[in-house]
Design a protein around this ligand. Sequence first.
Ligand SMILES: *Cc1c(COP(=O)(O)O)cnc(C)c1O
Length: 344
Amino acid sequence: MIDLRSDTVTRPTAAMREAMARAEVGDDVWGDDPSINAFEQAVAERAGKAAALLFPSGTQSNLCALLTHCQRGEEVIAGQYSHIYREEGGGAAALGSISVQPLPHEADGSLALESLRAAVKGDDIHHCRSRLLALENTFRGKVLPRDYALAATAQAHAQGLATHLDGARLFNASVATGLSLAELCEGFDSVSLCFSKGLGAPVGSLLLGEADFIARARRWRKTLGGGMRQAGLLAAACHHAFDHHVARLADDHDNARRLAEGLGAIPGVELRACDTNMVFTAVPAAHCGPLQAHLEARGILAAVGPVTRWVTHLDVSREDIERVVAAVGDYVTRAGSDLAAAAS
Ligand SMILES: *Cc1c(COP(=O)(O)O)cnc(C)c1O
C-alpha cells in the first residue's frame, strides 16, 4: 500500500533494524543505557542544548515539559490548533491541573505577537498565572519564520514566561530552510523532537533543555510511567534516523511539491496548501467517500475528507506519487462532469 495518511506509518529499514540489533543496552532508569546516553548527548549538542531525555512519544515529551515548567493552576499559552491543545487528550488539564489559553493562528501558523502580549495575565488573584508559551514548528507543514520565533520568545521571556517548542517535525523545518537545528531551537527553554515521524524510527521523542530542567523532567517522566529500561534498542533506531534520514527529508518535500502540482492540475480538485511534507486538497463532500474507496482499491491509503492532508515520508517514492496523481485523475475522469459541476 502507498500510505499518505501520515508520516507516522513508516517502518524501520533493514539498516535501522541492524542498528537496533547491535545496540548495547543497560537500565536507563538508572542512567545505565549507553545507547540512550550517546543518542541524547548527540542530539543535545546538535541542538545547542545542555541535555536531552528520551520519551516513548511526543505527547509524553510535551506533557512532561508542561509539568516541569508549570505548577498546578498555572497556564500555558498555545495555538488553538496546536498539538498540545487539540491532539494530546487534554493531558495538561487531566494530569497536570494546567490550564491552556488557546489563541488563533495567523495564516502562516504563528500567533500574533500582540495577542500573545495581551494574553499574558497580570498579577491579579482572579487570574490563572501565565507561565509558559508553547509554539509548534512545523505547524501543518508550515515552517515558523525564524524572526518570528525569536521575537515571540524574547517577548515571552520579557513578560516572565518560559518558552517551549513542540518541534515534532523540526527536522523538516531545518531541511526546508537550511537553518541548523540549533538556530531553530534558539529562544526556547525546552524543545520536543520526534524521530517516529518522517525520520522513520518506530518509537521515540526527545525533550531538550538546560541540565536542571532535564533533571526535573526526569522525575516527571518516571511519574508518568515513561521510565524505560533497556530502551537503547529504540534509541539506536532513533540515532540511526538522526544520522541517515535527516537530509533525505528533502526528497519528501520534493515529492510533496510534485503531488501538489499533479493534484492541483486535476479539474475538481482544489489545492489548498503545500508546505514541507504536507499537501492539503479539497474535493466536494459528496466525492470524499467514493474517492477514498477508489484509491484504496488501487493500493493507496488517504484520509479523504472535506480537506485532505497528504503526507509524504520515507516509504513513499516518486513513482508512488505519480501513481497517486494518476489514480486521482482516473477517478475524476470517471466522475466526469458530475465532479466539475459539484466543484463549481
Ligand atoms: C506527532 C506530533 C506530536 C507527538 O505525537 P506522538 O504521536 O505522541 O508521538 C507532537 N506534536 C506534533 C505537532 C505532532 O505532529
